[in-house]
Write a protein that binds this ligand. Structure first.
Ligand SMILES: Nc1ncnc2c1ncn2[C@@H]1O[C@H](COP(=O)(O)OP(=O)(O)OP(=O)(O)O)[C@@H](O)[C@H]1O
Ligand SMILES: [Mg+2]
Length: 254
């Protein structure tokens, strides 16, 4: 939770720059993030938040600058590389498959296979997957009676909880959440914020992107403010109020 320390950051960005053609999306972005820390990433529309997380997750390739994960310099060739390094990213659209069961969704793309009689790939190990899915979700405080239910039968909040539960289950170091409480009601948002707190308790670093400033103030330890692709503030959450955060975001504080 503290930022002045000798621990190795789980994620360190040094002097990242990114352009889309002539548009400068990120300018000299640097910060360190530690395990057990929830960081709010805020900024106006077009400030560069999504560009930044896409760069961390390997969707974008920076023009210059470096990304270190757990002390190691990394170069992503694809989002798969960042996943293998322990970074899970949840984009605004949760990426769940509505017609599949909760269990199948948790293991989507990483299905367990049981050795079949004829060897090699065997069958999808449905029972083990569902048991493990329940365990993974319970670990982060989500209880769903039946993992066989399809995701389409869940509420928006429950879906987000499943998506975040899945990210927590697989993330080794960092979870990036792009507006996970968007379009959710008060109770559903509260569920999602609880899951974020639980991820922190598991020692993960959470990057939480949101325009809902009260949520950011409630759940984060530290807030990084982006404006026009630059980091303009990076300070403990206790130093901000909704008003001062708004001022930092819009630039009216200067
Ligand atoms: N694929 C793209 N091609 C060209 N320009 C882009 C692209 N994606 C983003 N931009 C530009 O880069 C800048 C940063 O955009 P980005 O999507 O990172 O902002 P953001 O902080 O995520 O905004 P929002 O809160 O609206 O999601 C903006 O000027 C935007 O118009
Ligand atoms: Mg965005």
């Amino acid at each position: 939770m503290t930022t002045t320390e000798t621990r190795t950051p789980v994620l360190e960005l040094r002097h990242l720059n990114l352009h889309y053609g002539s548009v400068e999306a990120l300018h000299d972005v640097s910060f360190s993030a530690y395990g057990g820390e929830v960081i709010g990433l805020v900024g106006d529309n077009g400030a560069g938040k999504s560009s930044l997380i896409k760069t961390v997750s390997g969707v974008n390739t920076p023009d210059s600058g470096e990304i270190y994960v757990d002390g190691q310099l990394r170069h992503w060739r694809s989002p798969h590389d960042s996943m293998m390094a322990g970074i899970e990213t949840l984009y605004q659209d949760s990426g769940l498959a509505p017609d599949l069961s909760i269990g199948a969704n948790i293991f989507l793309g990483r299905e367990r296979r049981r050795r079949g009689l004829l060897g090699r790939l065997g069958f999808l190990d449905q029972r083990a997957m569902e048991r493990e899915a329940l365990e993974q979700l319970a670990r982060v405080g989500i209880t769903i009676p039946e993992t066989q239910r399809t995701v389409s039968e869940l509420s928006g909040g429950q879906r987000q909880a499943v998506a975040i539960g899945r990210a927590i289950a697989w993330a080794k170091h960092v979870i990036i959440l792009d507006e996970p409480t968007n379009h959710l009601g008060a109770r559903q948002s509260a569920e999602v914020l609880k899951v974020i707190t639980s991820a922190r308790a598991h020692g993960l670093c959470v990057l939480f992107i949101s325009h809902t400033l009260p949520h950011v103030l409630e759940v984060t330890d530290r807030i990084i403010v982006l404006r026009l692709g630059r980091v303009v503030r990076d300070a403990p959450t206790s130093q901000f109020t909704v008003e001062s955060l708004l001022a930092a975001i819009t630039g009216l504080s200067e």
